[in-house]
Ligand binder design. Structure first.
Ligand SMILES: O=C(O)C(=O)C[C@H](O)C(=O)CO
Ligand code: ZN
Length: 278
């Protein structure tokens, strides 16, 4: 049921890794295909990373296919999920009969125990992230207009951006998923500058709102041994807990960040000084 399984990696595996090795280990592509629901699996925090593009049809979360003890059970029987509509048009998500209209950039938190989850919409594109959960929190829709963003950076330093915390304890209760969206102002290109590491959580970035010919130069690895990966629109990068994660685009863009691990504390991060990087 998973298109690809991404394995957990050791920091020592960065030495000698080719650009192709990095892309194979950390880059998730092909998530958004018309008429399909695509799921990938990462052993880092056991994230499921997916995309659903209904293109006029109705797409449903599949049940577990294995092991035998779980086969046929709902995918979210022991998991929670965050969804964002990154498409240009509205759609709807129906969870066990409760229907939510999903305007572009709306998010939905779907709790553990949800059984029937359907995605619809002609031009909606849903980004899906799921992690194991130990409790069921409330099903909840979140719109950017309900959230006061954190403003960070400046146009002068090319990193003027708004950080919307969609799923965090003060906005939406979850068992272990943290999720948000960061939107860069026109003329700004750097995200997460200065960068940070958080040993107790892994993080996943999805870059979007880029043109077809635009790219983000995403940096990862140990702060004093940075590597980069060239990423296009609607591509995802997995950041292990030992890795920085930051990027510079050829124009302004947006990205969705999602984390899980030891805690739900957004501020549990070790911010690096730019002079520490090389
Ligand atoms: O632009 C930023 O800065 C971010 O959005 C950083 C992410 O929220 C993050 O990496 C949280 O750990
Ligand atoms: Zn981070």
């Amino acid at each position: 049921m998973f298109e690809k399984t991404f394995h957990a990696t050791h920091p020592a595996m960065m030495a000698g890794a080719s650009n192709g090795d990095l892309r194979d280990r950390y880059l998730v592509t092909g998530l958004f295909r018309a008429g399909e629901l695509v799921l990938n699996y990462s052993h880092g925090e056991r994230f499921i990373i997916g995309g659903a593009v209904p293109a006029g049809q109705s797409l449903t979360l599949p049940p577990h296919s294995e092991p035998d003890s779980a086969a046929g059970q709902p995918l979210l029987s022991r998991r929670e999920m965050g969804v964002v509509n990154i498409g240009g048009g509205a759609g709807s998500i129906t969870v066990d009969g409760e229907r939510f209209e999903m305007a572009p950039r709306d998010a939905l938190y779907i709790p553990m125990g949800s059984r029937d989850v359907r995605f619809e919409g002609d031009s909606a594109r849903y980004y899906l992230l799921s992690v194991p959960a130990h409790r069921a929190c409330a099903l909840r829709k979140l719109s950017l207009s309900d959230i006061t963003p954190m403003r960070r950076g400046s146009l002068e330093t090319g990193n003027d951006r708004s950080i919307f915390q969609l799923i965090l304890p003060h906005t939406c209760a979850s068992a272990s998923l943290c999720m948000g969206m960061t939107i860069l102002e026109p003329g700004s290109v750097w995200n997460t500058m200065p960068p940070h590491v958080h040993e107790r959580r892994s993080e996943i970035y999805l870059y979007f709102d880029l043109g077809e010919d635009d790219r983000v130069f995403h940096y990862m690895g140990h702060p004093d041994q940075l590597r980069h990966m060239v990423m296009g629109n609607e591509e995802v990068v997995i950041s292990p807990p030992w890795s920085v994660h930051m990027g510079c685009g050829t124009r302004a863009y947006s990205f969705i960040w999602a984390m899980a691990g030891e805690n739900l504390d957004y501020n549990d991060m070790d911010v690096k000084d730019i002079c520490q990087l090389c």
